[in-house]
Design a protein around this ligand. Structure first.
Ligand code: C2O
Ligand code: CU
Length: 475
């Protein structure tokens, strides 16, 4: 199937199913070569509600057999039979309704990572009894912020995400500015045996949990080493999501300039030009990539070792995906403003300080991972209490020898300082890596969404091992 018929079919399906035919606000993908992102195509969810303000999508969790590694079939857990799951795209100000059916052999939920949902829609076991096999649940919430988000289960998160359950949720501005033709790239990994079967999800028992399981096969949108085509000089906007259960991704476009415009929570105040982008599990970044002077060539994007174990010598880079620079006349790059938006700094002048420290405790069957809150190990039965309307300073630190990404549900934060140094840019984040002995202070405002929330290490094996705590936002 050529890209054109594919697009035509999709447009027809949208027309028939949603009854709305309004053209997208952003410029169509006519600046890129034909089929430029077929190698990483992510089917988008169909909107079943004709109302302008509502996007209604249907998601089904089910077991499917997919050819992840050429020549062998693998039974994985999927949303809609796809890995990654269907991409959901909506606009800030719209209401997202997700009619979810669980056809997996065990209970599950959906957590909307980074999204400011009401507590009851957060998908954690604190607020929802898991959706049983054969049962359905409707998630519905207003989209308050634009940005690159994702969704995944919050029941036995590590094995369920490790089985293939994750997908992207892209929230655009009503008038999304055009920064370049867009590709969403979900980076992940999966453990596959020679015959294509999944490596046992609890492989290596306690050690697997303690070190965090990394799959032996790297995936970009569910494909092994796919290719993305581009034209010299023409900008692409990549929304990159790390959906791996434990693996970090660190990458660059070698020999080329790129511009980072956003983390997960919408565009930052201004652009950055980092040498590498590093994403801990759960983190996202948006980059504008423009290739110069390489017509007809190929550029390899490699996964570099982010060295989360802080070893003296990082591992060698591994191939992730390729860029094929087509032999066509160069186009014009998109003029990117340096200032992207204004983000009011949070007022923390009278804020209460709370300390969260990643730590290890000696346990009966090996060490237990935990988060100390003001010196006390976190415990679900003893949630941290905060007041609606308050703004707090959370100090994140790490007393273990390895990196851990801190993730807070439902509320995004601004980094105030890292080891006393101001961050490079002001932006909204919900997940941030904390290195051993590092001290990061973030400001977090608790807007009017009372209820039960969670915070945890997003190395999902660590969360399962106890690096997780509960938060109660009091009305
Ligand atoms: Cu993406 Cu509780 O996590
Ligand atoms: Cu951790």
């Amino acid at each position: 199937m050529t890209s054109l018929t594919h697009v035509a079919r999709l447009a027809l399906a949208l027309l028939l199913l949603s009854g709305c035919s309004e053209p997208p606000a952003r410029e169509p993908d006519r600046r890129q070569p034909d089929g430029w992102r077929d190698g990483v195509a992510l089917p988008e969810a169909v909107d079943h509600d004709p109302a302008e303000g509502i996007v209604e999508v249907h998601l089904e969790a089910k077991v499917a057999k997919l050819e992840l590694r050429p020549g062998v079939m693998t039974e994985v857990w999927t949303y809609d039979g796809r890995l990654p799951g269907t991409l959901i795209r909506a606009k800030r100000g719209q209401r997202l309704v997700v009619k979810f059916t669980n056809n997996l052999p065990e209970p599950t939920t959906i957590h909307w990572h980074g999204v400011r949902v009401p507590a009851s829609m957060d998908g954690s076991e604190l607020v929802q009894s898991p959706v049983q096999p054969g049962a359905s649940f409707t998630y519905a919430f207003d989209l308050l912020d634009s940005g690159t988000y994702w969704y995944h289960p919050h029941v036995r998160s590590s094995p369920q995400v490790g089985s293939g359950l994750y997908g992207a949720l892209i929230i655009e501005e009503a008038e999304e500015p055009f920064f370049g033709d867009e590709a969403t790239l979900i980076l992940s990994d999966i453990g596959l045996e020679e015959d294509g079967t999944l490596t046992p999800l609890d492989s290596n028992g306690w050690f697997g949990d303690y070190f965090g399981r990394e799959g032996n096969v790297l995936l970009v949108n569910g494909r092994v080493h796919p290719t993305l085509k581009l034209r010299e000089g023409v900008s692409q906007r990549w929304r990159v999501i790390n959906a791996a259960r434990s693996r970090y991704f660190k990458f660059q476009v070698p020999g080329q300039r790129w511009v980072r415009i956003a983390s997960g929570g919408g565009v930052a105040e201004h652009t950055l030009e980092p040498e590498f982008v590093t994403l801990a599990p759960g983190e996202r970044a948006e980059v504008i990539v423009t290739i110069e002077g390489q017509r007809g060539g190929t550029v390899e994007i490699q996964g570099h070792d982010a060295n989360r174990f802080r070893l003296p010598k990082p591992a060698d880079p591994v191939p992730l995906f390729a860029l094929e620079i087509v032999d066509e006349a160069a186009g014009d790059p998109v003029e990117l403003p340096q200032a992207l938006r204004t983000i009011e700094p949070l007022d923390v002048s009278s804020s209460r300080l709370r300390r969260f420290e990643f730590a290890e405790l000696e346990g009966m069957q090996g060490d237990v991972l935990t988060i100390h809150v003001d010196g006390v190990p976190s415990d679900h039965s003893m949630p941290v209490h905060v007041q609606v309307g308050s703004t707090e300073i959370w100090e994140l630190s790490n007393a273990t020898p390895y990196d851990h990404p801190f993730h807070l549900h439902g509320f995004s934060f601004q980094v105030l300082d890292l080891d006393g140094h101001a961050p490079q840019v002001r932006e909204w984040k919900d997940t941030i890596n904390v290195q051993p002995n590092q001290r990061i202070r973030v400001g977090v405002h608790f807007d009017d969404r009372p209820g039960h929330w969670m915070y945890h290490c997003h190395i999902l094996d660590h969360a399962d091992l106890g690096m997780m705590g509960a938060l109660m936002v009091m009305p």
